[in-house]
Design a protein around this ligand. Structure first.
Ligand SMILES: [Cu+2]
Length: 119
């Protein structure tokens, strides 16, 4: 009987962990696309809720890559978003957990700029 108690604890713990993973996977995803031949993030400004995910999709076949990063700011997410190399056909996802405004830009193409507003 004494051995059953730790086994039950482990079982319950693993069930709790797996429930948490399902919830994270169910996060709402918003797409920002880099269209083919257009050096822009579309939409350039996107508003999401905390806990939601932004997925950047590079559909541009004219450029080898778009390397973007967020401007320095007080939120930890700004550091996480530093220098992302997104080659043609690649996808990058980031979940924003803290409200704020995150401005990011492409190092290669001047004026290629976007903003994520997290409510
Ligand atoms: Cu670019």
């Amino acid at each position: 009987m004494k051995r059953l108690v730790p086994v039950c604890y482990l079982l319950c713990l693993s069930m709790l962990i797996s429930v948490g993973q399902v919830a994270a996977e169910g996060s709402t995803v918003h797409e920002v696309v880099i269209p083919d031949g257009v050096d822009q993030f579309i939409p350039a400004i996107i508003t999401i809720s905390a806990g939601e995910t932004v997925r950047w999709v590079n559909n541009d076949t004219k450029q080898p890559s778009h390397d973007f990063a967020s401007l320095p700011g007080p939120n930890p997410e700004n550091k996480e978003l530093k220098v992302i190399e997104l080659k043609s056909g690649e996808v990058f996802e980031h979940t924003f957990n803290r409200p704020g405004e995150y401005i990011y830009f492409c190092y290669i193409h001047k004026g290629m700029i976007g903003k994520v507003i997290v409510k």
